[in-house]
Design a protein around this ligand. Structure first.
Ligand code: ADP
Length: 614
């Protein structure tokens, strides 16, 4: 049993020496101040463990044993003080506290050296008092950081939090061992007790080790919960970010969480978007300038920090996503680079999507601005022309010969077309800017249909005819009459336009149980099934050899459908290629006249706000 106890003591010494070497290497790679103090502390602890084993060989009371004892006391106190300095470099201490700690260190060293040299290892109460004094000082140096780290860890992200807690736990266990070993006295001299203490000491080692260099598996485990959150966040990020800038700003904090970084930056190829979290733009510029290239993932170390940079392979060129370590963050290894790379790939797709979206939005804005401007500029002159044409037609400018009358009639038809176009452009611009408001009133749909047909008369040539079929009873609807007339005017003018060979156009008003409808039918070109989907889209026109030469903008049906929706109605279409089409405007019957429950009404009610001018 004694041999096993001896073996366990040797094993603990070896493990702490290995721990000292590992922290030393870690410090060498990062050269950070904080890492330096942690490495120093563990190396000194390893020295204490080694000296303890040598002392056991040379004898405690020999002169060499005494010298070794003095060195080991100094190393022991030094290891505690180094932890305090480690804490100071992460969470700075106040000057009076540092002074107090230095005083405690000096006093403890003096007492320890003096007592050891004068009294030696005679045992008895003096040795016990000295041991207690030393352990108490050491516990003060270490206990304060342990508590402080634990408290600070509460506000940290998962990986850092786990690391700070592992460190606190490891050192906490060491304090417990030392106190138990000294206070336990002779009771702990039995081989079994020695083995138990050593096993406990050995268990503390991984906690301390994991705090400064956690293995990949452990980091992945710590991150597991965050990974699910991250996936959801990426989805949200990609779907909801409308601009590249917004996406970059949202992505940066997630990149930090992903690898437990302290700061993050996103740089675009042409400076069109940027994001910085916890880092100055000047520092980013310096990092970018230092990079040998921007097409591979890489890490750069220096000034106690590691920076990991991965490329964002965008159509415009290569952007960069970079993260930097902070005092609590682990060094970036291949695991972090891989994670960051995968994240960069996801956000690259999002950035591309946002870029295309931004372009389309800009084009849409330009289009609306143009529509608005052009229609406003055209409206004045066209009104004047319309007035004069009307005067010509009515003979107010003198008698016209046949050719003159025919010219006036054609001009009148063309002016109606232009006016319709201007109206469509203005309505489209209003719709775009959310300025389109309805002025609903209860009206008889038959009257609106009549007015629309009358308005279209000038468009009717010798090959066409318009028939209007109306029910006997009134068809009350709560609508903006002008808007409904615009919809019908467009359906009628389309029926005439898209039946170039002529033929009848039928306009039929029907009152059903809760719906009112007006259908406009022609026997013209008709529409192929596959072209139906574009009819109601903005600027959607069906381009066939028969329709290509016919004038039009593709706005009429789009606007008609939008207006119908605003009224709680809809335009439907039935058509056969080469046989003709029927467009039907469905509207809810007037609320006062409705017999069925509201549930059966189609769609939402209208937006009813006064003024539609502008
Ligand atoms: P526009 O007539 O100015 O092109 P519209 O939005 O009114 O725009 O119509 C969109 C497209 O729908 C037209 O370009 C045409 O191809 C098709 N269309 C509309 N009405 C008819 C119809 N009665 N018969 C055949 N095609 C039609």
């Amino acid at each position: 049993m004694t041999e096993v106890a001896n073996l366990s003591v040797n094993l603990t010494a070896v493990v702490f020496i290995a721990l000292g070497i590992a922290t030393g290497i870690s410090w060498y790679r990062r050269r950070g101040r904080a890492d330096g103090f942690l490495a120093l502390s563990l190396i000194l602890l390893a020295a204490v463990a080694t000296l303890g084993r040598i002392q056991a060989l040379v004898g405690l009371s020999s002169p060499t044993g005494r010298v070794l004892n003095v060195i080991s006391i100094l190393a022991f106190l030094g290891s505690g003080f180094a932890v305090l300095l480690f804490r100071d470099s992460l969470l700075p201490l106040k000057l009076p506290t540092i002074r107090l700690a230095v005083a405690l260190l000096v006093v403890s060293c003096v007492i320890g050296v003096a007592v050891t040299l004068v009294v030696g290892n005679a045992g008895g109460w003096i040795s016990l008092a000295l041991a207690l004094e030393l352990i108490l000082s050491w516990s003060i140096f270490i206990g304060e950081p342990i508590v402080r780290f634990w408290l600070a860890s509460r506000s940290l992200r998962r990986v850092q939090r786990a690391r700070m807690r592992a460190l606190s736990t490891g050192f906490g266990m060491l304090i417990a061992i030392l106190l138990v070993a000294v206070l336990g006295g002779s009771a702990l001299q039995s081989p079994l007790a020695i083995i138990a203490v050593q096993v406990f000491a050995l268990a503390a080692a991984p906690f301390i080790y994991f705090s400064f260099d956690p293995p990949v598996l452990l980091r992945t485990y710590w991150r597991m919960k965050e990974s699910a959150e991250l996936r959801a966040a990426i989805r949200d990020l990609l779907l909801s970010s409308t601009t590249q800038q917004a996406l970059a700003e949202k992505a940066a904090p997630w990149a930090m969480r992903l690898v437990g970084a302290d700061s993050c930056f996103v740089v675009s190829p042409k400076d069109s978007f940027m994001a910085y979290v916890g880092i100055e733009p000047e520092r980013v510029a310096a990092i970018v300038a230092e990079l040998p290239g921007t097409d591979t993932s890489q890490t750069i170390s220096g000034r106690g920090r590691t920076t990991a940079v991965v490329p964002l392979l965008l159509t415009e060129g290569n952007g960069l996503l970079g993260v930097e370590t902070g005092p609590y963050t682990p060094m970036f290894g291949t695991d972090e680079l891989q994670q960051l790379d995968a994240f960069a790939t996801s956000i690259t797709a999002g950035l591309e999507r946002a870029r295309v979206g931004e372009r389309i939005a800009a084009m849409e804005r330009n289009k609306s601005q143009f529509l608005n401007l052009a229609s406003h500029e055209l409206r004045g002159p066209v009104t004047v022309i319309r007035g004069y044409v009307s005067m010509l037609e009515k003979g107010l400018c003198g008698d016209l010969n046949d050719l003159g009358r025919q010219a006036a009639h054609t001009m009148s038809a063309k002016v109606i077309e232009i006016n319709e176009l201007i109206e469509q452009m203005m309505e489209s611009a209003r719709l775009e800017d959310d300025r389109l408001f309805l002025r609903p009133e209860t009206v008889d749909l038959r009257e609106i249909a009549k007015a629309a047909v009358e308005g279209a008369r000038p468009l009717v040539d010798a090959n066409h005819s318009i028939d209007l079929e109306l029910p006997e009873t009134t068809v009350p609807v709560d609508v903006d009459a002008d808007r409904i007339q615009t919809i019908l005017a467009n359906l009628i003018s389309n029926a005439l336009k898209y039946s170039p060979a002529g033929g009848p156009v039928r306009c039929v008003v029907v009152l059903r149980s809760y719906l009112a409808s007006v259908s406009v039918s022609d026997t013209g070109l008709g529409i192929a099934v596959e072209d139906m989907s574009i009819l109601f889209t903005r600027f959607g026109r069906v381009a066939t050899p028969e329709t290509e030469h016919l004038p039009g903008t593709g706005l009429g049906l789009f606007l008609g459908q939008q207006l119908a929706h605003l009224h709680g109605g809809e335009i439907t279409v039935e058509s056969r290629l080469g046989e003709g089409s029927t467009f039907t405007l469905l509207l809810p019957q007037s609320a006062g006249n409705r017999k069925l429950s509201d549930r059966t009404r189609p769609r939402a009610p209208t937006r009813a706000i006064p003024d539609r001018s502008a």
